[in-house]
Write a protein of this length. Structure first.
Length: 455
């Protein structure tokens, strides 16, 4: 019997070692979560004291100890409200003691990571006096496996999962919350794969995709069947952008005609953007993907300079005014700074969402996060060339996180776009830029759905 138990323990240990090496997610679910929970509970008090996350005893406790002739009470650690295992780590919710600050836990995350023996720790304040520590048990970005989609969790019609965060949560691109975004990255940094995941997430949705790919269309034209308009050179891009500006003006005229501002109309029914319109009148939202924006801003002659100024002006107008008309920008490039000429910094100021893959210099990282978060700049320049796809995502609030998009081949993206080719709307203002490959197989959808009913 004793030999059998020894053999069983050896088999379990070998299985655990193999799982930890080859399948870290399975190891965490089978063994790691339980071991980490026990280790955390055993070390909790000593770790909190070593990291300076305790508070001294209150005056009344000291007075009571002196009156009762008892030893001086020890410092008090934050109270554990909940410890919950997840598929990638642990979630520890703490109740702060009087005098503690949530920033203390944010500053101590690296020490907590070493003390509790986990891969990573991130901290966020849930509400006044409550802090949540999210711990990851293994490197979830080494082999990205997106969780199964939860349709009930989606509260926005333009919210798509595109990557996995380092704490195991899904990174969403929500165009209703963050209308315009900027994506930077050097060659072979994973920027194209991130863009493919974005297109694949948008393909099944009721949205018009517009692409500008001045690399002769090598990135976006294979996905042409799902696009409503495409341009592969700066001259066509200028005409396309100005057509989008004209389309934006038409949408605003529709919104104004449907506002019905009067004393009898409730405030909730007054339209200020396309999402306030009835569903049968609402124009199809448009997502504009610009690949390598520098090609639109560079010029060598006077004529090209005039074209460049018109392009940047159109982009700035779409960034400033397009949100209410349902036009959203997704601009990608290797560099994006003042050296691209006048109007560029004005455009960048309108791009709330920032994503930076591996960059070749600190200046490029500053272009993305210098006006948002200095910590994100340092994280972006530390991305290794050996880990393509790793990126730093942030926004204007200063918050940021490391993310990685799952690898999606061009063939997979093409197959998905072809499968949803019938969802590509045919916008009248952009008819001249419709890719010819998909013209014969797609249904025509006018500017408003009501027009198709009355036609």
């Amino acid at each position: 019997m004793g030999e059998f138990i020894v053999i069983l323990l050896v088999v379990v240990a070998v299985a655990a070692g193999l799982l930890r090496w080859r399948r870290p997610a399975w190891y965490w679910l089978c063994f790691g979560a339980a071991l980490a929970s026990v280790r955390l509970l055993v070390r909790y008090a000593s770790v909190m004291e070593a990291c300076g996350l305790t508070v001294p005893p209150s005056r009344w406790r000291l007075a009571f100890a002196r009156m009762a002739n008892r030893p001086v009470p020890e410092s008090r650690s934050p109270r554990i409200l909940r410890l919950r295992p997840t598929r990638t780590g642990l979630v520890l919710r703490l109740k702060l003691r009087p005098g503690q600050d949530a920033f203390d836990f944010t500053a101590a995350t690296d020490r907590l990571r070493h003390s509790f023996g986990v891969h990573g720790v991130s901290s966020r304040e849930l509400r006044s006096g409550v802090v949540e520590l999210r711990m990851t048990g293994y490197d979830v970005l080494q082999r990205v496996q997106m969780p199964a989609p939860n349709t009930s969790a989606s509260t926005s019609p333009l919210r798509v999962p595109v990557a996995l965060r380092e704490d195991g949560a899904i990174h969403y691109r929500d165009y209703r919350a963050v209308p315009h975004g900027l994506t930077l990255g050097a060659t072979e940094s994973g920027k194209s794969v991130y863009q493919r995941n974005l297109v694949c997430g948008l393909a099944p949705l009721d949205v018009a995709l517009v692409g500008i790919d001045c690399k002769q269309g090598v990135e976006l034209f294979p996905l042409a069947r799902r696009f409503s308009a495409l341009a592969d050179n700066p001259d066509t891009a200028l005409d396309l952008l100005e057509a989008l500006v004209s389309h934006m003006a038409d949408v605003y005229q529709l919104i104004r005609a449907e506002q019905r501002v009067s004393v009898a109309v409730p405030d909730a029914e007054i339209a200020a953007d396309i999402w306030d319109l009835p569903a049968d009148l609402r124009p199809t939202p448009v997502v504009v993907l610009v690949d390598e924006v520098a090609e639109l801003a560079l010029f060598a002659t006077k004529d090209e300079e005039k074209r460049r100024d018109r392009i940047i002006t159109a982009l700035v107008r779409l960034a400033q005014l397009g949100r209410a008309a349902g036009i959203y920008l997704e601009i990608c490039g290797q560099r994006f700074g003042s050296e691209l000429g006048k109007g560029i910094t004005m455009l960048r100021a309108q791009l709330t969402g920032r994503t930076a893959h591996r960059v070749n210099d600190e200046t490029s990282a500053n272009m993305a996060f210098g006006d948002v978060s200095p910590d994100a700049v340092m994280a972006a320049i530390q991305i290794s060339p050996d880990t393509p796809g790793i990126a730093v995502a942030g926004d204007s609030t200063g918050g940021w996180a490391r993310i990685r998009a799952p690898h999606t081949s061009l063939r997979d993206a093409v197959n998905l776009c072809n499968a949803h080719a019938d969802l590509a709307p045919d916008l009248p203002a952009l008819a001249a830029f419709r890719p010819a490959v998909a013209a014969s197989s797609l249904a025509t959808v006018p500017l408003t759905k009501a027009a198709s009913v009355t036609a």
